[in-house]
Design a binder for this molecule. Structure first.
Ligand code: FES
Length: 571
C-alpha cells in the first residue's frame, strides 16, 4: 500500500472513507477486506478495479465471467491486485423505454464507483450498445487510468443456407414478414438463428462501431476490437488488458491525456471509414463533452468528403464482424487510414497511435478491408444536413441509403408520436404513396423521452406488400446501427421543445439534398411562425425521480444527449 510517485495515496490507501481519523479508516478497510481472505502481501499491490457488467438480462455480456477471470489473471501476472465490482448493465432489448434513457445513469454509476472505491486503474468491460459509451463517459469524468475491454461480437447463424446475424438480418426478415413474403413458421425459424451465441451484434452496428472507436481513441489495446466473444483470442485480449492496466497504473496515464481533440478526430475518421453507426456521433460528442471538447458536426461533414468507406460490413456492405477480425481487424484498417490520422495521439499502452500502427506489421490480401485507392463507397458513411427543418443539424447514413432518394422532394405524411405511428401506419386508409416522406415527431431526447431507436419507421404495410422497400423517413430520434434505409435522424432542435419539426403538417413538401447537405421544409417562415404560436409544446410529464432529472437536464443531439451538469467547460 505504498503511495505513488506523486506522493498521492495509492492502492488501498486511496479515497479513504470519512470517519474523521484516516488511520482508523485504513485499519477498518483492511479488517473488512481481510474478511474476504486477502493477505497484507495482496493488499500492498496496485489495485486494479474490474467493472463487471454481467447480467442475466444482458446476453451480449454472457461471456463476462470468463473475461473477468482472464483480466484478473493478467493483473495478477503483472503484479497487481484485481478487484471486481458491479455496475449497471444495459441491453438494447431489455431496457424500457429505451437504453439511451439509461446511458447517462450508467455513466454516473461508473464514474462514481471508480471515484468512490480505491483503484489505481480500472478495466471497464462492456459491449452492448450503450455500455461502452457510458463507461467511457464515466471514466473520462473520473479521470483514473482506464482501459476499455469489449465483450466481442456474437457468431453468425444460418437460415436455409443463408448466413444471418443480428440485427441487420432481423430487420430484413421482419420487413419481408410484414410484406407477406415470409410466413409465421419461417420467421420463427429465423428467430432461432439470428443470435447463435453470446456477444454483441455481429454487424457494424453501434456495439461494433464503438469497439472500433475505442481503439481509434487509444482507450483499448491495439487489436482488441474484433475478436468474437466466444473465441480464445477474446480471452487472451482480456488477460492482456489486465496486465496492461497494471502498467497503466504505474505510468499514471489518465483518460484526459488520451482523450484529446486529435483522438476524437481519429475516432470520427474511423467511424466514417467503417460505415459505422449514427449513434456513435452522439456517444463521441458526449464523451468529448466530459473532457471539455466540443465535437463539431461541420467538421464531421468536412471529414466525410475525404474519408471513404473501406470496411465491407453490413448494414452498409456484405460481411460480418468475424470476417473483419479474420481480415486483420482495426490494425489493418488503421494501417490503410494512416495518411488521414493524427499519429501523435497517446494510447493506453503508453505508445502513440502511429507507433502502434507501425508495430502491427504488414497486412495480407483480403477483401473485407479495402485500400484507400479502392473504397466501398467514395465518401464517409454519414452526411450532416441543415436547413429550416434542422437549424442545428440532422444526419443521414448515406452509405446505407437508397442512392436516388438522397436527392428527393416529396409530400410529408406526419405522425405526431409513437402512439400515432402505431395506430395509423398499417391502416389501409392511410393516404400515402411511395414518393411521400414519412415524418415522425416527438421522439427526441426529451420528447419520448430518451430518443428511442424508432427513426426507421416501418414502410406502411400496403406499400410494403406492393414491393416498396425504402422511403425517405425523417425524425428527431435515432435508429439502430444495424438498420438501413434513407433515414434522416437526430433533427435538432427536437419537436418537443419547439424545433421546426414540430410544425410540419401532412401535405407540406420537404426537400432533401445530400449533395447540397440540405433539409428544407418548403413552407414560408410566416406560416411556420403562425403554427408555432398556435401549437402548444409537448414536453412529457416528469413529476419525480430519474425521469424528472432526465427531462430537466438532458441536452440535445448536438451536445450528445448527455446531462448538462455532467459536461465540462471547454478545455
Ligand atoms: Fe447488444 Fe446488439 S443488442 S449489441
Amino acid at each position: 500500500m505504498n503511495d505513488d510517485r506523486s506522493g498521492k495515496p495509492s492502492g488501498m490507501r486511496r479515497g479513504l472513507t470519512s470517519y474523521g481519523d484516516a488511520r482508523f479508516s485504513l485499519f477498518l478497510r483492511k479488517a473488512f477486506i481481510k474478511g474476504a481472505g486477502l493477505t497484507d502481501d495482496a493488499l500492498d499491490r496496485a489495485v486494479i478495479g474490474i467493472a463487471d457488467t454481467g447480467s442475466g438480462f444482458n446476453p451480449c455480456h454472457g461471456n463476462m465471467p470468463a473475461l473477468v477471470e482472464a483480466v484478473s489473471r493478467g493483473v495478477l501476472l503483472a503484479g497487481g491486485l484485481p478487484v471486481r465490482f458491479p455496475t449497471i448493465s444495459l441491453h438494447e432489448s431489455f431496457a424500457n423505454p429505451t437504453s439511451m434513457y439509461l446511458r447517462n445513469l450508467m455513466s454516473i454509476d461508473t464514474e462514481e464507483m471508480i471515484r468512490a472505491q480505491p483503484m489505481d486503474a480500472v478495466v471497464l468491460i462492456g459491449g452492448c450498445d450503450k455500455t461502452v459509451p457510458a463507461q467511457l463517459m464515466g471514466a473520462a469524468s473520473a479521470d483514473v487510468p482506464a482501459i476499455q475491454l469489449v465483450t466481442g461480437s456474437m457468431l453468425t447463424g444460418s437460415h436455409r443456407g443463408t448466413r444471418v446475424g443480428a440485427c441487420t438480418d432481423c430487420r430484413r426478415y421482419w420487413a419481408r414478414h410484414r410484406a407477406g413474403e415470409v410466413d409465421e413458421e419461417e420467421i420463427s425459424q429465423v428467430n432461432e438463428q439470428l443470435v447463435p451465441s453470446v456477444g454483441t451484434c455481429s454487424v457494424m452496428g453501434t456495439a461494433s462501431t464503438m469497439a472500433c472507436v475505442v481503439e481509434a481513441l487509444g482507450m483499448g489495446l491495439p487489436g482488441s476490437a474484433s475478436a468474437p466473444a466466444v473465441t480464445a483470442q477474446r480471452v487472451r485480449v482480456a488477460e492482456r488488458s489486465g496486465a496492461a492496466a497494471v502498467a497503466l497504473a504505474r505510468s499514471g496515464i489518465t483518460p484526459s491525456r488520451i482523450l484529446t481533440a486529435g483522438a476524437f478526430e481519429n475516432a470520427l475518421r474511423v467511424l466514417l471509414a467503417i460505415g459505422g453507426s449514427t449513434n456513435a456521433i452522439l456517444h463521441l460528442t458526449a464523451i468529448a463533452g466530459r473532457v471539455g471538447i466540443a465535437l463539431d458536426l461541420a467538421r464531421l461533414d468536412a471529414m466525410c468528403a475525404d474519408t471513404p468507406v473501406l470496411v465491407d460490413l453490413k448494414p452498409s456492405g456484405e460481411h460480418y464482424m468475424e470476417d473483419f477480425d479474420r481480415a486483420g481487424g482495426m490494425p489493418a484498417l488503421l494501417r490503410e487510414l494512416k495518411p488521414l490520422l493524427d499519429l501523435s495521439t497517446l494510447t493506453v499502452t503508453g505508445a502513440t497511435l502511429g507507433e502502434e500502427i507501425d508495430r502491427s506489421g504488414p497486412g495480407f490480401p483480403q477483401e473485407v478491408i479495402r485500400p484507400l485507392a479502392r473504397p466501398i463507397y467514395p465518401q464517409g458513411g454519414i452526411a450532416v444536413l441543415r436547413g429550416n427543418l434542422a437549424p442545428r443539424g440532422a444526419i443521414v447514413k448515406q452509405s446505407a441509403a437508397t442512392a436516388k432518394l438522397l436527392e428527393h422532394e416529396g409530400r410529408a405524411v406526419v405522425f405526431d408520436g409513437l402512439a400515432d405511428l402505431a395506430q395509423r401506419i398499417d391502416d389501409d386508409a392511410l393516404d400515402v404513396n411511395a414518393d411521400d416522406i414519412l415524418v415522425l415527431q416527438n421522439i427526441g431526447p426529451i420528447g419520448a423521452p430518451g430518443m428511442p431507436e424508432a427513426g426507421m419507421l416501418p414502410i406502411p404495410r400496403k406499400l410494403a406488400r406492393a414491393g416498396v422497400r425504402d422511403m425517405v423517413r425523417i425524425s428527431d430520434g435515432r435508429m439502430s446501427g444495424t438498420a438501413s434505409g434513407t433515414i434522416v435522424l437526430h433533427v435538432t432542435p427536437e419537436a418537443a421543445i419547439g424545433g421546426p419539426l414540430a410544425y410540419v403538417r401532412s401535405g407540406d413538401r420537404i426537400r432533401i439534398s445530400v449533395t447540397r447537405r440540405e433539409l428544407s421544409l418548403l413552407v414560408g417562415d410566416d406560416e411556420i411562425a403562425r403554427r408555432a404560436r398556435e401549437q402548444p409544446l409537448r414536453v412529457p410529464d416528469a413529476p419525480r425521480g430519474y425521469r424528472k432529472l432526465f427531462v430537466e437536464h438532458v441536452t440535445q443531439a448536438d451536445q450528445g444527449v448527455d446531462f448538462d451538469f455532467l459536461r465540462l467547460g471547454p478545455r
